[in-house]
Design a protein around this ligand. Structure first.
Ligand code: NAD
Ligand code: TDX
Length: 349
């Protein structure tokens, strides 16, 4: 089988490429990525010479380029990871989120209609459901929870999901959608909570926690997400949506403290700073459907996953130090320079 994986030079996409090459070496993977600030060819260096792998630098908004590739490769499956993925950036500049996440998705699906496809899979997010209140731990996101977005990022992802549903109903495109909770693991860009805190802690820099840090995220080890997508594209039912999550809810402040503990850094590095605008309170996925229908269960316990992740960042400093020493410095100043430090230092561990 030939599988086009878009966004394969990013965090989850690259982990998916590695998972597929190992799990299904008989399949051919064509990775499409325009290498934005978040894409890194260095990440894919272990597979670049693999005969079952091809890298194509291409923007999913480039209709002509995408059609040409489909004509050449005649893929059986498309898995679309390519996206602008950082909520804070979407608050600064929504336009690119609409262009890549919505228009890009429509270009890919038009190519699937034109050249034919066995499956188009859209990698979506739990953020399309909006948030849950902190004082209702009994509530979870189900596949039929109404879409109710908060940020330009989540709105662009929800719009793409609606478009996928429309292409399925209107044109009969064989689609599936997965909506996953927060991922962590190797190769995550250091703008995201866990790698940002690891990188800052190692440099003894302040750890900027938005507001009180009481917001809750449901963390899943990236390989478990990859395994779920692999099951959906091979065994999932066309037209369906699958929630993916590990029932592993944690408050941001507790994650940051845990990273301090692992690295032997003092909690006094923690700085509570101005909150994210429109900050979602709590995400919590009910993954019953994918468990019952496809037998998926997360395999990596958080204690193991976070240990492996921190160790990966310690062992692969060159990978992220290259990133944080470049353009990222300007991003960091712009994003964090104007955030006020709020009162209240953390007591020592
Ligand atoms: P990422 O930002 O690390 O990677 C995105 C990749 O897409 C990069 O390699 C980038 O170069 C590429 N890309 C961006 N615009 C492109 C374009 N126009 N054409 C071609 N390539 C382009 O993101 P990630 O965290 O790996 O997320 C991957 C997908 O999973 C996204 O669709 C995201 O919405 C979704 N998701 C992420 C999480 C999470 O916790 N990170 C959770 C649920 C869902
Ligand atoms: O410096 C920070 N300080 C902080 O307190 C950063 C970067 C984040 N936070 C908080 C905001 C969130 O409550 O940590 C939490 C996690 O933030 P992010 O890592 O930016 O992730 P989130 O906004 O939850 O979105 C992620 O999960 C869903 C991904 O980035 C999305 O692509 C995915 O769809």
């Amino acid at each position: 089988m030939k599988i086009i994986v878009t966004g394969g030079a990013g965090f989850i996409g690259s982990n998916f490429v590695f998972y597929e090459r190992k799990r299904h070496p008989e399949d051919r993977i064509i990775c499409v990525d325009s290498l934005t600030y978040a894409g890194n060819l260095e990440t894919l260096k272990s597979v670049l010479d693999d005969p079952g792998f091809r890298f194509v630098k291409l923007d999913i908004r480039d209709r002509e380029g995408v059609y040409k590739l489909f004509e050449e490769e005649k893929p059986d499956i498309v898995v679309n990871f390519a996206a602008e993925s950082h909520v804070d950036r979407s608050i600064e500049n929504p336009t690119i989120f609409l262009e890549t996440n919505i228009i890009g998705t429509s270009v890919l699906m038009d190519a699937c209609r034109k050249y034919g496809i066995g499956r188009y899979h859209q990698v979506s997010t739990d953020e399309v459901y909006g948030d849950l209140p902190l004082d209702r731990p009994d509530l979870f996101f189900h596949e039929d929870t109404p879409i109710h977005t908060s940020s330009p990022y989540s709105t662009s992802k929800a719009s793409a999901d609606l478009l996928v549903g429309a292409y399925h109903r209107t044109y009969g495109l064989p689609t599936t959608i997965s909506r996953c909770s927060n991922n962590y693991g190797p190769y995550q860009f250091p703008e995201k909570l866990i790698p940002l805190m690891i990188a800052n802690a190692l440099a003894d820099k302040p750890l900027p926690v938005y507001g009180e840090g009481l917001n809750v995220r449901d963390w899943l080890y990236v390989e478990d997400h990859c395994k779920a997508i692999d099951l959906i594209i091979r065994k999932g039912t066309v037209g369906e949506i699958y929630n993916i999550g590990g029932h592993n809810e944690m408050r941001n402040i507790d994650i940051v403290k845990l990273i301090c503990d692992y690295l032997g850094k003092p909690y006094s590095l923690i700085e509570h700073v101005t909150d994210r605008k429109g900050h979602d309170q709590r995400y919590a996925i009910d993954p019953t459907k994918i468990h019952k229908e496809l037998g998926w269960l997360p395999e990596t316990k958080f204690a193991d996953g976070i240990r492996k992740t921190i160790q990966w960042y310690l062992d692969n400093k060159e990978w992220w130090e290259n990133i944080v020493s470049g353009e990222y410095q300007n991003y960091y100043k712009k994003m964090y320079g104007n955030r006020e430090v709020l009162d209240g230092k953390e007591p020592e561990a």
